[in-house]
Design a protein around this ligand. Sequence first.
Ligand code: BGC
Length: 743
Amino acid sequence: MKKYPLSIIVASMFATAAIASTPVYLDENRPIEERVEDALSRMTTEEKVAMLHAQSKFSSAGVPRLGIPELWTTDGPHGIRPEVFWDEWDQAGWTNDSCTAFPALTCLAATWNPEMSRLYGKSIGEEARYRKKDILLGPGVNIYRTPLNGRNFEYMGEDPYLASKMVVPYVQGVQSNGVAVCVKHYALNNHEVNRHTTNAIVDDRALYEIYLPAFKAAVQDGGAWSIMGAYNLYKNQHACHNQRLLNDILKGEWGFDGAVVSDWGGTHDTAEAITNGLDLEFGSWTNGLSSGSKNAYDSYYLAMPYLKLLKEGKADPKVLDDKVRRVLRLAFRTNMNTRRPFGSLCSPEHVAAAKKIGEEGIVLLKNDKNILPVNTDKVKKIAVIGENAIKMMTVGGGSSSLKAKYELSPLQGIKNRFGDKAEIVYARGYVGDPTGEYNGVSTGQNLKDERDADEILTEAVETAKNADLVIFIGGLNKAPHQDCEDSDRKGLELPYDQDKVIRAIAKANKNLVVVNISGNAVAMPWVKEVPAIMQAWYLGTESGNAIASILAGDANPSGKLPMTFPVTLSDVGAHATGGYPGTPRNDGSNIVDCKYNEGIFVGYRWNDENKIKPLFPFGHGLSYTTFKYGKPELDSDSMTADGKIIVKVPVTNTGKRAGAEVVQLYIADTESSLPRPVKELKDFRKLYLEPGQTAVAEFEITPDKLSFFNDSKHEWIAEPGDFTAIVGSSSSDIRGTAGFTLK
Ligand code: BGC
C-alpha cells in the first residue's frame, strides 16, 4: 500500500468531514427542491414570517442564522433604478449607480424581433446583477386597452400574441444572469387613474384571450421566477391577494412555482394575503407612494399580524410553508446560486444593444415623396424644432425613472450625424414641461423659457422658413398626465398646443418630418399636411443616435406599431362603450367599477369589427426599401385536430437598400359558435433582405392557433370548419390569403 505523509491524511480527513457536514440546503449539487425542504425544516416560525415581507424599501430579509441572504429588488423595467435610502423613495446619492437606459418596452415590442428581446433581457439582467440585485421589477405586459393609460410605455402593446412572443426571451435573458424577473402588473392593470380602487369587471373570454396570455407565456414558456400583483381589484379583491388570479389561475392552472410579490402598497388585508396567494409583501405603510409611517416593516400585513395568528393557531402552518418554499426557491435560483455570472454595467455592449433596439423599434409611419432618409447632397440647412429634441426623458414617469450614465438628446444626435454636412439650427417651438427631477435625481437641465407662446412660435416659423428640411421633435413626456405612472392622459391630442405649432411650420416649409416621441398613440389632425412622420419612443441612453441613424438611413426603419393609432378616442373600444375609467360605487366605499364592455374586441380587433379606419393600423411601419409578397402557399388545405399546416410566403426586397420586413400572419375563423374577431395575429417573422433578395417566411399553423376560449366550458376549443390564413405587412395592408379547413 502506498504511504502518505501524516499531514496529508489529516488534511483529507478534515476535508471529508467538512463535505459530509455541508447541510443539504447549501449543497449546490442537490436539486433545488431538496435544498428548499432542508432549509425549511431548519427554520423557526419567526424566521419564516420574516422572509415574507420587506425589511426596507426594496429588500426583504433572508435567514441570517442560516446564511440565507437578503433578497434585493430593483425597478425595472428599462434600466436599473438608482439606490434609494433604506426607508424612502429618494435616491441615496451613491455615485456608482448610474445605468444604461434601454428603450421603453413599447419600443422593444415595436421591433417585432424576439432576438431584440433576448438581447434586452440579457443586457439589463447583467446590469441588475452587477448592481447586486436579485429581482428585477419587470417586464410589464399589461395589454394596451386605452391610449390614455399613463403606463402604456412600460408595456408591450395591444396584442396578446405579440406581447407573449416578446416577453419570453426577455424573461430568459434576464434570468440567465441568476436574476429573477418580476412580471408585472398581474393582472388587469390597464389604466392608472384610481389604480388602487378600480375593480376590473371583465368576462372570461377577454380575460383568457386578451389579458392573460402574455403573463401565462412569461410563466410557462419563459419560466418567470416571480410575478407582481397589480394594484387594482378584480372580483372585488385586490389583485395582490386574489383567489382567482393567484391561487386558481396562476398557481393552479399554470402551475407557477415562483413567488407572488405585492406591488408596493398593494397589500390591504392580512387574512386575504395569507389565503389568497401573496408570498412577499412590499411597500405597505407607505401606500406604495410617499406617505405613511416610517420603518413600519413589523406592522406589515404578513409580519407581526401574521405571526400572531400563527401563534394563536388561527393560521394554517401549511400555507405558511408554501409561501416560504416559494421565497426559498427564489433565493436558490438567484442569490444562493454561486455559479451565476457577475454581470456588467454600462458596457459598450449594453450601449450598442440600447441603440440597436432603438433603431429596430422606431416606426416610420409616413414618408411621402421619400423625404427620408435625409439627402445630404441637397439638404444644407436643417431646422430642428420642438422641446423633445432637447428634453431628457429618462428622469420621470414614475418607478421606471432612471439615473442614466448619459442620455444623448435627439438634437445632439442630429448634430453629431449631420453637423459636418449641414448647418443645424434649433428653435423651441413650444414650452411643455420644463421640470426634470424625480426622487432626488435631476436632469440638470434648465428648460425654463419665459417668452410668451406667440413669440416662441414666431421664432419657430421663421427658423422653419429658412431651412431646407425641418425636423419637428415633440410628443409626450414623463410628466404627470403624460406617459407617467399614477395618472392617465386627459385626452388623445398632443399637449402644449403642439398641433398648432406643427400646422404653422408645415405651412412655412413643405419639407417637414414630425418625430413623435411617446409611449402612446396620439391624435394627428395635421396628418395630411405633413409628408413624413416617425414614431420614436422613449429610447434611453442612445436616443439621439438611434433617431439620427434612422433619419440618415444608416439603419433602415423596420419597426411596426404594437398598437393601433386611432383617429379619435371614440374609435377605441374601451371609450366607445363607456368602459373607461369606470363608475364609482354608491355604497360609501371608494371602489370604482370598470366594465370592460368591449370584451375581446381590443385594439385592431375593435377596428375590424366596427369597420373603423385607424390613423395608423396595428402592425404598420414603412421602410426605405420596398417588399413584394408572393402568394401564400399551404402544404395542405385541411388539417386534423392533432395536425398542422405549413404556410410559406416568399418576400422579395424590390428596392435598393437592405432592409427588414415583418411578415404578419393573421387567422380568421369563418364560422364559429361564439363571436370571434375578424382576424387575429397568430405569428410573424422578421426577414432581413439584401436588395433583390428573396426569403420565405414560414409559419406553422397548429390547432391552438385556431382556438378560442369557451367560457361556459372553461376550455380552449378549436372548432372544425373553415379558416383563412391572412398574410399582411400590417393588420390593414393584406398581401395574400389562403383558406383551409380544420377537420
Ligand atoms: C409600481 C411598480 C414598481 C414599484 C416599486 C410601484 O408604485 O407600480 O411597478 O415596481 O412601485 O417601485
